[in-house]
Every structure is written in C-alpha cells, then in structure tokens.
Design a protein around this ligand. Structure first.
Ligand code: BG6
Length: 447
C-alpha cells in the first residue's frame, strides 16, 4: 500500500523544457553551446526554445494542479543563476526559480530541486570542467547560492542527475555534451571530482538549509530482474557487479562509495592501482548519510552497455518496446526498490520512470496514449507490490511532465503526460495524465 503522504509526481530538467536560453542575463551551458552545431542532435534541433516553460511556467503549474500532482521535480540551470558558473549571481535567474517554487507551493505541489541536470557552464568547461581540481568547489559555491535562495520553501534536494550519463555518456563514450572520449586516467579524475562535488553539496545543504532537508542523488544504472533463466540471486548479483567494459553504468560503482563509504570489490579488481584514492576526510565527505536512495529507472538492463548480446534476456524478436527502443519490463519497479533497499537500507524514491511514445493530437482534439496508460498501470502495480512487501517507497516522479527536448534525440521522442505542440506552444493533457489523476486521487488503490 502507498503511504498517505506518498509523493505522486512528475519530473523535468531545465535544459529540456525552459528555453529562453540567452534571456535575462543567462549564461551559456555546454548544451546551449554544443547544440548550435546542427550535426549534434536529431534534425539539428536544440533547446533554445524547447517548451518555453520559462515564460509559460504558470500555465504548466496550473496543468500540474489539474492532474493533482503532489510533487514536481525540476532542475536549476546553473548558468541562469550564475552566468559564468562561478562568481557573479544573476538575480533575474534566482527570481525565476523562486517564482516557480511559489507557484508550485500555491498549487499544493511539493517542489523538488535537482541541482545538476547536465547543462554545465561553458566558461567553466573551458577551464577544464569536471577535470579541474577546483570544480567541486565551483559546484559547492553554486549550490550555496541556490540553497540560500530556495531552502526556506524547498525540502527535497538531489545533487546530480545520472552521473552515469553525463560522465559516461558525455566524457567517455561521447554521445552527450561535451561529446568527449577521455582516457581511462582522465575519467578517474572526472569521477573523483564529481564524487567530491556531491559530498560538498550535501554539506552545503545540511549546513545552510532553512527547512530541514531531505537529500539524495538521482543516479541510474543497469537493473537486472529474474526470468526463467535468471534466478533472483543472479539478478541481484548482476545489478551490482561489473566488469571493465560497462562499469560506468553500474549501480555499485556510483552508489557504494556514496551510500557505503567504500568502493565495491569489483572496482578494486578491475582498476587495481588506477582506482581513485580518497583521504579519510574525503571519504567522510563523499559518504555523508543521505535521506533516501533516489533512482531513475525505465527498463530492466538498459541498453547503454556496449555489448547487449551479453544480457539479452529481456528482449526477443517482437518484444514490447517503447519509442526509444527500451524494453517494457514492469517488474523492474519491484526489483529495483527491493535490491536497493536491501543493499543501502534507505527509503526509496523513484525520481524518473516513464516511456516515449509516438503521440499526436487525434481528430477529436485529444491525445490518446493507451500504451502509456498500460505501461504505467503495469509498472505502478509492481511498485505497489514492493510497498506491500514492506519496502519503504517515498514517491514516484513520472518522466516527464511534458514532451520536451530529449537531448540528442531532439523532439521526436515524446515522454510527456502533457502534449506540446512545438509550433504554437499549445499544451494538451494526454489521456494518461487524466488516468494518472485518478490514480493519485485514489492514492494508488485504483491500480
Ligand atoms: C534520463 C534523463 O536519462 O532519461 C532525462 O535523466 C532523459 O533527462 C530521460 O530525458 C529520457 O532519456 P532520453 O535518452 O530519451 O533523453
């Protein structure tokens, strides 16, 4: 059963929805910068205008209220607040987020802030970005500015969204900004600085927040589920183990240092002497207790690992797939909370889950998305099963509140519960939004 105060929500990220990429004093982020090269993203698209949420946020919050959301997870565009990433603060940027928070609270929606969802300041990138030894401190300074401005109204904080993607995808494999392929040695420097930045951010929030904070991270990773061929023990082992190839997408690589204060054994085996080393004080910083284990999860065993043939247990010819070609595997919302709770012993928060679909406006003017309703019904039943088995789950944030700029996929992939006509900006609640509204009203008993 879902608890009475279960946080039924939805999520977004600043670069994907805001637009207004150069307005009111905002500085340039790496996504702003690199997407001006039309070869980077599908159809040469970028987030310059996106959903124009920056100008339409009141309308968007009104729609969230209509759905009955209890929470909304959004991210802060670092360069809207500090245009060069470090130093001078842009008051207009602070005002935007402060007004958004007020609007949400006025609508009875709990604001949840992700401090970093990938649009890294371009000026800091030019100074080496996360490779620079000062980068944890730059992040900490930015976090302090945000916490000072919003923590009288915001309680829920996430330091990083998916380091797997912005470091592994952006700096190792090079399919996300800044589109780099760094050496193994440089990758260790990048990881080290991001671990430290996370730790510093947690300290800054704990020390300065006015409302007692709830702090987590929002990583993702490969989760395995049992099948006819895979036992539960084997699924659990695969969820936390890794070999040299796909380590960056492993849960244990990220979460063990943060949640348990040590590297997983396979990290020591794989990297030997090349593994990051932290001093005792640095370990204490990195592994400060968090309030929950938050997690973005879409499918069992994601397809981000380079060699898919290794785990082909969840897809077969003609198997159910979403528009991003991701496996439809509802049980992952049972096993992910279970495995993470067993290992990290913290309440669970689902910070992203959802599906892309080829939605359009029908002749009757509505957006019918039965696949999404079926997807959600199946996934949420599994989440409910986890709560029935005693796993403490605090909330569920659907990805995404509205169709948006899906990074290098451009605008083709529609994840939203709100349909966006990008020519006019018009919003339409999809059938799934109305269905979700019913689920929320019944606190999940409708499932
Ligand atoms: C997550 C991200 O990886 O999944 C989101 O946190 C993203 O920002 C979502 O939009 C969907 O993934 P993709 O690869 O289709 O953009």
């Amino acid at each position: 059963m879902f608890k009475d105060d279960f946080l039924w929500g939805a999520a977004s990220a600043a670069y994907q929805v805001e637009g207004a990429y150069d307005e009111d004093g905002k500085g340039t982020g790496i996504w702003d910068h690199f997407t001006q090269d039309v070869t980077r993203c599908a159809h040469g698209e970028n987030g310059n205008i996106a959903c124009d949420h920056y100008h339409r946020y009141k309308e968007d919050v009104a729609l969230m209220k209509e759905i009955g959301l209890k929470s909304y997870r959004f991210s802060i565009n670092w360069t809207r607040v500090i245009p060069e990433g470090y130093g001078k603060v842009n008051e207009a940027g602070i005002r935007f987020y402060s007004d958004l928070v007020d609007e949400l609270i006025g609508a009875g929606i709990e604001p949840m802030v992700t401090l970093f969802h990938w649009n890294y300041p371009y000026e800091l990138y030019r100074k080496g970005g996360w490779k620079n030894a000062d980068s944890p401190e730059w992040f900490a300074q930015y976090v302090k500015v945000v916490v000072d401005a919003l923590s009288d109204r915001v309680r829920y904080w996430f330091t990083f969204n998916e380091p797997q993607l912005f470091l592994g995808g952006g700096h190792k494999i090079g399919f996300h900004a800044p589109f780099e392929e760094n050496s193994a040695k440089d990758m260790m420097t990048l990881y080290r600085n991001v671990f430290l930045a996370h730790g510093k951010a947690v300290s800054v929030i704990r020390r300065n927040a006015k409302l007692s904070p709830m702090i987590g991270m929002a990583p993702t990773g490969s989760v395995c589920i049992p099948t006819d061929k895979i036992t539960e023990d084997e699924a659990r082992r695969r969820t936390f183990d890794f070999d040299s190839e796909d380590y960056f997408f492993s849960n244990a690589w990220w979460a063990d240092p943060i949640m348990l204060g040590r590297f997983t054994d396979c990290a020591c085996d794989v990297f030997g002497d090349d593994l990051i080393s932290f001093t005792k004080e640095e370990w204490e910083l990195v592994s400060q207790p968090l309030d929950y284990y938050a997690f973005n999860v879409y499918q069992a065993q994601t397809d981000m690992v380079p060699d898919r043939s290794k785990y082909d247990d969840y897809s077969y010819i003609g198997s159910p797939r979403t528009t991003t070609d991701w496996n439809v595997t509802p049980e992952v919302l049972y096993y992910a909370p279970k495995f993470f709770y067993e290992r990290y012993k913290k309440p669970i928060m689902i910070t992203e889950n959802g599906m892309a679909n080829t939605d359009w406006e029908f002749e009757d003017g509505k957006v019918h998305d039965p696949q999404r309703i079926d997807f959600l019904s199946r996934y949420l039943k599994e989440l409910k099963r986890a709560t029935d088995d005693g796993i403490p789950v605090l909330g569920y944030q659907y990805w995404s509140i509205m169709d948006n700029f899906e990074w290098t996929s451009g605008y083709d992939k529609r994840f939203g519960m709100i349909y966006v006509d990008y020519r006019t900006g018009k919003r339409t609640l999809k059938d799934s939004a109305l269905w979700y509204a019913d689920v929320i009203r019944s606190n999940g008993s409708k499932l």
